[in-house]
Write a new protein. Structure first.
Lengths: 424, 424
């Protein structure tokens, strides 16, 4: 077997050599700084179940019913899922939490199935306004009619929404804004719906800003009149790849449970345990984490703008209300040169070409992961400095370790403490 | 915080104590013998990515295009997904392999969306004939009309299928038989479809017996005229919780890719790497594994029948053509007493109440996991002996270790060898 330059193996694959390549890449990943707003780093504590035997198992007996052990092995930890759901409900300020979806898209499919009928209309947000790329096509494949709303800087045009609702037949308004530095005004939408089409449900897919809602930094959609909200749990919320849906309405919860029974079988037990541990671990400091995430995003945006980058927003509005920072680049060549120089030094950025109001290839940055790891003002300033330098030339070999040297305590349990106290 | 008897903590949850409970339960799980046909044990090699940083990451650049690194970090291992897909294609004897579904139900949703239109009819198998519990309701939620077929001992009534197809409007026959000791006759269905409704697609959801198809023990659906087949990858195939879909038809593959783009975003990168490693690791011996799995199932069935259990099937037909063994019990009390005594000794069985042709609570056993771990004839005989004893009284504390002492080499890489050769 030949091993090529960058650790790549030939097509005549030896699984052991591939395992070594994964282990090697994982060691490099451990120190890398990730500025991708759709990713986070699951904590050492929360990742514990992922490598456990529970990864292999089904689990349905959430209530620990002694006569419902169809699938055995979870008896001694059955309560952890319930404890995790309770922590999520407290943070989400919701009576009900459904943690059966196995991803953000799974939560989307489940919500559409639960809150709209085939043949009905579902309204979502145009991709050019930050809506999710998949929603209209997904609706078509599920036999729903799709109508799109524009939403500029978080503001929906009231009369446009009223016009869409007026003819009737709209079961659901699904607010799927993913790419945003301004969060949509849920209350405005809720008011229009109540006036024009009170039977229509309002759902907020908060995948990107879920951690900021749970931390109290972004308005809670339920307080603003939404019937339910949820999304993926691994972006601004530092959990595993799963989905959650929150509501205060018993009938909505029942609709979701019923749809879940039809559309999700195994809810990925290890990931559910991981989500529960992540929720319990971060609950005490979710407010601090959300604030630090946005503070860091604003600081990063400001420092980049000061150094001459074309950053979306301005100092007057603090550039961003979320974890996202958007930076326009001169062209594809500059974008790839920058991204490659950063990647070589262990700083990973996200190139995109579809942020609302942005042209060409641009950076969609996120402060959420480095904040979770303990980045504060100093580290963010140095990180911005590295991005500035990488426009022109390669970064020094110690750049990342120097930036990491500025990190404070992370928002998760120290791995050494975990080893001792969990008896690992 | 108080810790209760069985390692359970009070509601005032300390995440570190919960982590300890998970670690403790995982240690017990390591030696447990699992006889659950819908579960398998991902190998130490294949589980490597699950605990790695790749769990946290998105990955779309399967071709390693130097201009498509929107999400960084996978550069040095991008080829592993492609190598895994190639191994799966070879075992499945298929030109195309879609490994984007994130679960068996995800593969079901994707297939229905790709191969049928809203408003059309999709035919599946009645639950009383072993069909999946969720299929008809799932079809309704996706705006398809559901029609059900009976399928007794793998035999579909030709005239019943012809009658269902004759009025037209059937886009898809979705063969969702999960619970079976006889595999459906795909060729018969294909012949009827070709004669009566040649535009109708035939899909085989082989979730349960996928490993047996890949090992050549069960007829390959593509050879029998199916347009595609697939399912979950963690039952008789010893992989992670994922889904795959195979086809030889370019247009079917394109339909699946298009649906996948709309319905799956992240395909769970760590699990995809795990699936790739599992496929490459088992490929050389998948035939032996499939045969040993069925040999063990037949031996277990025969031994249980000889000891007076009411086992589905008879010696003439070898009881089972799959990994499943069904055992009728006298009633709920006997079922739970048996299951509890076994669980206390570390043997985990699956109680069900819906196997075709079975009444009351019964055992749905699977030989797939213990076979993957190295169980041969002697171990299976002793395992059967343990089930026989557990009808009457508790098992001795060394029962499981004695049975494990009879195991031969597993179908996966030795963990110590893995540590050394992968540089862990």
């Amino acid at each position: 077997m030949t091993v090529r330059a960058a650790g790549k193996t030939s097509a005549d694959a030896d699984p052991l050599a591939l395992a070594r390549a994964i282990a090697d890449a994982d060691r490099r990943a451990a120190s890398a700084l990730n500025l991708v707003p759709s990713e986070n780093r699951v904590s050492p504590l929360a990742s514990l179940p992922l490598a456990s035997d529970f990864y292999n198992r089904y689990f349905f007996n959430t209530d620990g019913d002694p006569l419902f052990w169809e699938f055995r092995g979870g008896e001694d930890i059955a309560h952890i899922e319930a404890l995790g759901a309770a922590a999520l409900r407290r943070m989400a300020m919701a009576r009900y939490c459904n943690l059966r979806p196995i991803s953000g898209m799974s939560a989307m499919i489940l919500t559409v199935a639960a809150l709209s009928k085939p043949g009905s209309t579902v309204v979502s947000v145009d991709q050019d306004s930050g809506g999710h790329y998949a929603t209209p096509a997904l609706l078509g494949r599920l036999g729903r009619r799709s109508r799109l709303l524009t939403c500029k800087d978080g503001a929906v045009d009231e009369s446009e929404l009223a016009d869409v609702l007026a003819p009737g037949g709209v079961d659901l308004v699904y607010v799927d804004v993913q790419n945003c530095v301004r969060v949509p005004d849920f209350r405005l939408m809720s008011d229009v719906i109540r006036n024009v089409s009170p039977g229509t449900r309002l759902y907020v897919d908060a995948s990107h800003y879920l951690g900021l809602v749970l931390g109290g930094l972004v308005d809670n959609p339920l307080d603003c009149g939404a019937d339910a909200y949820g999304g993926s749990t691994h972006k601004s919320f530092p959990g595993p790849h799963k989905g959650v849906i929150f509501t205060n309405a018993e009938d909505v919860d029942e609709s979701l449970r019923s749809a879940q029974f039809d559309l999700v079988s195994s809810h990925h037990f290890a990931e559910t345990l991981a989500l529960s541990l992540a929720a319990l671990e971060v609950e005490d400091r979710i407010g601090d984490y959300a604030r630090a995430t946005n503070d860091n995003a604003r600081r990063l945006a400001g420092a980049l703008a000061e150094a001459g980058f074309r950053v979306c927003g301005d100092t007057g509005t603090g550039y961003t209300d979320t974890h996202q920072v958007w930076v326009e680049l001169a062209g594809t060549d500059e974008a790839y040169a920058l991204s490659n120089r950063l990647a070589e030094a262990g700083i990973r950025v996200n190139l995109q070409s579809s942020m609302p109001g942005m042209s060409g290839v641009h950076l969609r940055l996120g402060s959420n992961e480095v904040t979770f790891e303990g980045a504060g003002p100093q580290a963010i300033e140095e990180l911005a400095g590295a991005l500035v330098q990488a426009r022109e030339r390669a970064l020094g070999p110690h750049t990342v370790s120097e930036i990491r040297g500025r990190f404070g305590a992370p928002f998760y349990t120290d791995p050494e403490k975990l080893k001792v106290e969990a008896g690992l």
